[in-house]
Design a protein around this ligand. Sequence first.
Ligand code: ADP
Length: 157
Amino acid sequence: MVGLYPGTFDPITFGHIDIVMRASRIFSKIVVVIADNPNKKNLFSIEERLDFAKECLKDYPNVEVIKHKGLVIDAVEITQASAIIRGLRALSDFEYEFQMAFTNRQLNDKIDTVFLMTSARYTNLSSSMVKQLSQFGGNVDKYVSPIVAEALKKKFE
Ligand code: ADP
């Protein structure tokens, strides 16, 4: 069974990787889909986000990383995935995730969204938090892999 894990991944953090690790024990294959949305102001380009995710997930044999422009549900159909995977941290994620899951269900009722809870140590971790921390010279080694930490440092130099 293929699970599709969509997101912005700007940049990929240990929280995202934790979800992939958990999902890879449930699904036979995970497709990580990096949203290529030119309207969203991201720090890293689509190619950079793709490279980071590929590098960070290279040790998982059943994980593939792709980029995708357009609706998540289209990526589900292209990859023949059975479910969408999303991570949940705190209650604050719920409202948005609930809306997204219902919207996707309206587009294709056969596809369900599966929510996986992150490890306790990553409940306060987000890409935005990592970017802010790095921007002000904070150490992000606990939250992202060395290639991402290095790239963040360069961006804010
Ligand atoms: P999006 O813009 O689609 O929300 P993100 O890259 O911010 O993209 O997040 C992708 C998914 O990963 C979302 O389901 C989000 O809740 C989840 N996620 C982000 N950070 C964490 C974390 N620290 N632990 C668990 N899940 C996370």
